[in-house]
Design a protein around this ligand. Structure first.
Ligand code: COA
Length: 421
């Protein structure tokens, strides 16, 4: 592997994120403007919109979701930047992370000093069945979709292969869902701002109020085993193993590191960027690891000169609970076949040794596919600057990682972040 250093340092100096959820009254433009307006409030020393030289926008399929293509100039115009070069990036659910990489390259190369990186997706305008078909376009439409696969089905196949190889039980995945919903409950921007125990209690209270039979779940695990409360989507994945269908947007202001002080005394530096591709799932020898994630992580670590052991926290692509387990192994945090045990032992919890998805992840925060890779950086920025409120990690976060996947791992992009005192 050829390791090249970034030509110039790159710093994140502001972030914004819309509320994630299902909105009947918000278009992609509304969501992107919401995120951008928040970004403007987070740049400590203020920013002049006129300083923004380019927009790199992650968006999977506004064409199919909203009937609107050519999204980047529309978003640039919506935030009052109609003249800048604006470019849309599409790499399935990794669109946001790849847009970030384009922004990093633009600044690192000296092409631009100040760029806006964004991501947006409005998915809930379509019914779930059509969302499933639309997302299916990111898989192999010759060999996977005609065989009956959907995205829950593809990740169910991954989970089954992993269970067979490593002896994981479906119950182990529930620990990931419990943790991510617990984190999401502390994130005001999350689609699901409620823990699973509270969700369970809400169902009990509602049944009592309506005079219906009151469920007798003894604990959240029993709730998650109940086919009525947590229906099977694609065995072994149930409802609470899936990320939801989400509307949302996020954005970041990237600047030349040497000019970061013009914007803040507290920047977050991007010190490594790795990107790799792979065959669709049916073409891979091993379904229990994502080769592209391993390659992207190796490239990002090599570029930044750090190793997995140095990383304090990570936001990873948990589109399904099994995806988080495998991500934590592919990033080198845990040995193959042990990621699910780490989740069970609380290692990935906020108070664990290697917190994962403190934002709630895609599972609880939500997964507006083109925005997710950008939203991950919003959480890293807040955690590193100690601005994450009730979900703030104890102690410093000097190094962090984001891991964003397209489809079942045909694309993966990994970034490494550093906070310097
Ligand atoms: N996790 C937990 N609860 C969920 C949920 C999820 N992922 N998705 C929906 N719900 C809840 C809703 O809040 C609602 O609860 P309520 O009855 O208390 O109000 C209930 O389940 C039904 O919601 P609905 O929107 O009708 O669900 P659905 O059956 O249409 O869709 C899934 C559920 C899992 C099929 C859908 O969320 C999905 O397709 N997820 C995967 C998305 C995906 O593939 N993304 C790309 C990954 S690569």
């Amino acid at each position: 592997m050829t390791v090249r250093k970034l030509g110039r340092g790159v710093a994140v100096v502001g972030v914004g994120i819309s509320k994630f959820g299902a909105f009947t009254d918000k278009t992609s433009r509304d969501l992107f403007v919401e995120a951008y307006l928040e970004l403007r409030t987070t740049v400590d020393k203020g920013m002049e919109p006129a300083a923004i030289e380019a927009l790199y926008l992650g968006n999977f399929s506004s064409d199919l979701f909203e009937g609107q293509g050519h999204t980047a100039p529309i978003m640039a115009d919506a935030v009052g930047l109609p003249q800048i070069p604006a470019m849309r990036v599409e790499d399935a659910c990794a669109s946001g992370g790849i847009a970030l990489r384009q922004g990093v390259m633009a600044v690192a190369s000296g092409m631009h000093d100040v760029v806006l990186v964004g991501g947006v997706e409005r998915m809930t305008r379509l019914p779930t069945a059509q969302v499933t078909d639309t997302l299916g376009a990111a898989a192999d439409v010759l060999y996977e979709i005609p065989a009956g696969f959907t995205f829950p089905g593809l990740y169910a196949a991954i989970a089954t292969a992993y269970m067979h190889k490593y002896g994981m039980a479906p119950e182990h995945l529930m620990n990931v869902a419990l943790k991510n919903h617990e984190n999401g409950a502390l994130n005001p921007k999350a689609q699901f701002g409620v823990t699973i125990p509270d969700w369970m209690q809400g169902r009990i209270t509602a049944a009592q109020r309506k005079g219906k039979p009151v469920p007798t779940w003894a604990d959240p695990m029993e709730f998650l085993h109940d086919d009525a409360a947590n229906p099977m989507v694609a065995w072994p994945l149930r409802l609470f193993d899936c990320s939801p269908v989400t509307d949302g947007a996020a954005c970041l202001l990237l600047v030349d590191a040497e000019r970061a002080h013009e914007y803040t005394d507290n920047p977050v530096y991007i010190i490594g960027s790795g990107h790799a591709s792979d065959a669709p799932l049916h073409g891979r020898a091993d379904m229990t690891t994502l080769g592209a994630a391993r390659s992207a992580a190796a490239a990002a670590y090599a570029q930044s000169g750090v190793s997995a052991a140095d990383i304090r926290m990570a936001e990873v692509h948990d589109c399904f609970t099994i995806a988080e387990v495998i991500a934590t192994e592919d990033l080198g945090f845990f040995a193959p076949g042990t990621g699910f045990k780490a989740a069970e032992d609380g290692v990935t919890a906020r108070d664990g040794a290697r917190p994962i998805n403190t934002s709630g992840g895609l599972k609880a925060k939500g997964h507006p596919v083109g925005a997710s890779g950008v939203a991950q950086v919003v959480e890293v920025f807040k955690q590193m600057r100690r601005e994450a409120g009730p979900r703030q990690l104890q102690g410093d976060v000097p190094l962090a990682v984001t891991h964003n996947v397209g489809a079942t791992g045909s694309t993966c992009v990994v970034h490494v972040y550093e906070r310097r005192d």
